[in-house]
Design a binder for this molecule. Structure first.
Ligand code: HEM
Length: 129
């Protein structure tokens, strides 16, 4: 019997925790990305990202319980996001994704996730440069 949500199918909380932890490790050491994040401690930002992704993919709805409607484009408006920032963000996410093994996330789910992040990252661009 197939798992009912993407969230369950790829291993649930454990997988989303690993993915976002790896993503923020990349943010920490990326010159373009690190300076964009206003807080010294990336822990709270990591948690918001994790809750958002879990909710988006059919997991717990903690993100909206705490933050309300995502309104992600609006929440990104304080940050200048041009093609370089988009590409740096996507690079970090691809690195994080590559750290999830294929037994945990098969090609079909991986493809779905990649399609989503590429669309979502493009939609967050708010500057031509
Ligand atoms: C928040 C950068 C794309 C999801 C943030 C923050 C920054 C940032 C600087 C503030 C950190 C904080 O939470 O305190 C970027 C850049 C992107 C990008 C440079 C490049 C395109 C995306 C995408 C998604 C996303 C594609 C979703 C798929 C989030 C979420 C938050 C956030 C959920 C927290 C929102 C909240 O306050 O509740 N991002 N982001 N971001 N970002 Fe992004």
């Amino acid at each position: 019997q197939p798992a009912s949500t993407f969230y369950d199918a790829v291993g649930g909380a454990e997988t989303f925790r690993a993915l976002t932890a790896r993503f923020y490790e990349e943010v920490e050491r990326d010159e373009i990305l690190r300076r964009l994040y206003p807080e010294e401690d990336l822990g709270p930002a990591e948690r918001r990202m994790r809750m958002f992704l879990e909710q988006y993919w059919g997991g717990p709805r903690t993100y909206s319980d705490e933050r309300g409607h995502p309104r992600l484009r609006m929440r990104h408006s304080p940050f200048v996001i041009g093609p370089f920032e988009r590409d740096a963000w996507l690079r970090a996410m691809h690195t994080a994704l590559a750290s999830i093994d294929s037994a945990t996330m098969d090609d079909e789910h991986r493809r779905q996730f990649v399609d989503y992040i590429e669309m979502a990252a493009q939609s967050m661009v708010n500057s031509p440069i």
